[in-house]
Write a protein that binds this ligand. Structure first.
Ligand SMILES: Cc1cc2nc3c(=O)[nH]c(=O)nc-3n(C[C@H](O)[C@H](O)[C@H](O)COP(=O)(O)OP(=O)(O)OC[C@H]3O[C@@H](n4cnc5c(N)ncnc54)[C@H](O)[C@@H]3O)c2cc1C
Length: 442
């Protein structure tokens, strides 16, 4: 039987970096994935500066920016309140220092590489760092000894059985993680309400940077990606998905025209280059992320809605973090349970308030007059705008409140209370279909 220090299931944005970090520390690592690469996924692919910083630490950021546009400024437009700014680099460095003990390779720009490009680069990087990669290899079962996971049983591309042992087996096999089911990882938190997302790729648009618009209960986003194309996305409450999806192409245009008419004009004149993609529902959860001989990283361990585009960045975080804590165990310096409970605790401290923020926002409730006056007051000071962008980009902690002038909040409050009242007609489902009339009885 083949013997490794670590086995990683899944070779995507959580798996390849986890395997790479462990191999760089000198461990013998096997990584299996049932897919062939390059491959695309049903996911948009915006990567915040925090995520690009992880990619830079892995040594692949330059390869991404060689073919994919990258920028520092983001525009978030909420009910006409324009917030354009960047994630503050000093805060980003502080976050890396706190979590990883150093800020090597931290950069302030973001990018939106297609997944067939990003995932392939990460996979190649794992291989270059000595990871033993087996593709078209399906996890089929676990090897257990005295209640501990000690290896895997997998089926290789040519139908052979692969048996491999390791001191730790890590599930990086995504949302529908069969590894999590096999080890019996319990789901500890669930937030049902989410957005639906509908997106496509368009050529012929001249528009740099990421631009996000929110209006009523809808959102839109647009950013440039590879091959001179733009990713163009609309999203709204999942409860409206079934009505939206009755005429999705037409409703995509309707949402864009309502939320961001000037961008809708650009999209209407552009050429769509591939079929639209969609996700109707994205239930958020946390799972127990370690047990006897096993651990979970990326979506296998926790998932949240797409609206802040943070899953890739968090998968990259998990990868670097778990390799730090596993190192102590694999070196024989720390017990298994001390190493893994420390990993889980530090990760949750880094994550919890952001996960709640995403779940709250995914309900797509309209902003209140108080929230809008807050955004308006923030928009009047560039440092405050940058801090807010830093919060959305999971760099500035929500606990670090943004200083504002209280008298301005009061001024704007009066204005937004009448705005809120006038906007109420926009909060109902505009796609609602009339129930079909009952056929008359003969
Ligand atoms: C609509 C949508 C939009 C999104 N937009 C963004 C965005 O803009 N930015 C962002 O940062 N995040 C975004 N996300 C989230 C992001 O896609 C995920 O968080 C990220 O892909 C998680 O990576 P992962 O490696 O954990 O899992 P995955 O990317 O799902 O990879 C899992 C891997 O495991 C393999 N695997 C599965 N089962 C087995 C098995 N039995 N045996 C062997 N291999 C197996 C699969 O083939 C796959 O390669 C979005 C998600 C959705 C749904």
């Amino acid at each position: 039987m083949e013997q490794f220090d670590a086995i990683v299931i899944g070779a995507s944005v959580a798996g390849s970096p986890t395997a790479t970090w462990l191999a760089r520390k000198g461990y013998k690592v096997l990584m299996v994935d049932k897919a062939t690469f390059p491959r695309d996924t049903n996911s948009t692919h915006f990567v915040w500066p925090r995520g690009v910083s992880y990619l830079n630490r892995l040594g692949v950021a330059d390869k991404i920016t060689a073919t994919t546009p990258h920028f520092t400024n983001v525009e978030v437009n909420i009910e006409g309140i324009r917030l354009r700014g960047h994630v503050p680099l000093a805060d980003l460095k502080k976050r890396f220092m706190a979590l990883h003990g150093n800020d090597h390779g931290v950069v302030g720009y973001y990018s939106g590489p297609r997944r067939f490009h990003l995932d392939q680069l990460l996979l190649d990087n794992a291989q270059e760092n000595g990871v033993d990669v087996r593709l078209r290899t399906h996890l089929r079962g676990l090897l257990m000894e005295n209640g501990r996971v000690v290896g895997i049983r997998a089926e290789t591309a040519d139908g052979q059985e692969l048996l491999a042992r390791a001191r730790v087996v890590i599930g990086a096999d995504g949302r529908v993680s069969s590894f999590a089911s096999m080890v019996g990882a319990q789901t500890t938190h669930v937030r049902e309400k989410s957005t639906f997302a509908y997106y496509g790729y368009f050529s012929g648009i001249e528009k740099p940077e990421l631009v996000i618009h929110k209006r009523g209960r809808f959102g839109t986003a647009i950013f440039p990606t590879n091959e001179n194309k733009h990713l163009v996305l609309v999203y709204g409450p999942t409860a409206w998905w079934s009505d939206f999806s009755a005429h999705p192409g037409e409703n995509f245009q309707r949402i864009y025209r309502y939320v961001a008419p000037e961008v809708a004009e650009l999209v209407a004149r552009a050429q769509r280059t591939e079929p639209f993609k969609a996700m109707g529902r994205m239930v958020a959860y946390h799972r127990e992320n370690w047990g006897n001989g096993w651990a979970l990283v990326g979506d296998a361990g926790s998932f949240k809605d797409q609206w802040t585009a943070m899953g890739i960045t968090h998968a990259l975080r998990d990868a670097e973090l778990i390799s730090q804590y596993l190192d102590g165990y694999l070196q024989g310096e720390v017990s298994w349970s001390d190493a893994l409970s420390a990993y889980a605790g530090v990760r949750m401290q880094d994550y919890e308030s952001y996960w709640n923020f995403v779940c709250d926002g995914a309900e797509m409730q309209p902003y209140t007059a108080e929230q809008l006056s807050y955004f308006k007051a923030v928009s009047e000071n560039q440092d405050s705008v940058n801090k807010l962008i830093g919060q959305i980009g999971d760099t500035v902690k929500f606990e670090d409140s943004i200083a504002l002038d209280a008298s301005q909040l009061e001024n704007h409050g009066t204005h937004f209370r009448s705005f809120e009242a006038a906007g109420r007609q926009n909060f109902d489902n505009p796609f609602k279909r009339e129930p079909k009339a009952e056929p008359a009885l003969a």
